[in-house]
Design a protein around this ligand. Structure first.
Ligand SMILES: [Cu+2]
Length: 71
């Protein structure tokens, strides 16, 4: 298994509730090993198995939850 790390900048996070939402949706993506989500700065660092999931899949999960991914 190949662990990859990605830091995704997120728009639309306003409180700690948003941080837990992000953490929840990302933890539901198969292949995600660890998540560090913060409000300040608004971003999530995700450790994932690149054989199982891709960065785009993680971004989709964030977008589906009603947040915006900043490129
Ligand atoms: Cu919130």
């Amino acid at each position: 298994m190949t662990l990859e790390t990605a830091t995704i900048k997120i728009k639309g996070m306003t409180c700690m509730g948003c941080v837990s939402s992000i953490r929840n949706v990302l933890s539901n993506v198969p292949g995600v090993a660890q998540i560090e989500a913060t409000l300040e700065p608004p971003q999530a660092t995700v450790y994932f198995d690149s054989a199982i999931t891709k960065l785009d899949r993680l971004k989709d999960a964030i977008t589906d939850a009603g947040f915006e991914v900043v490129d």
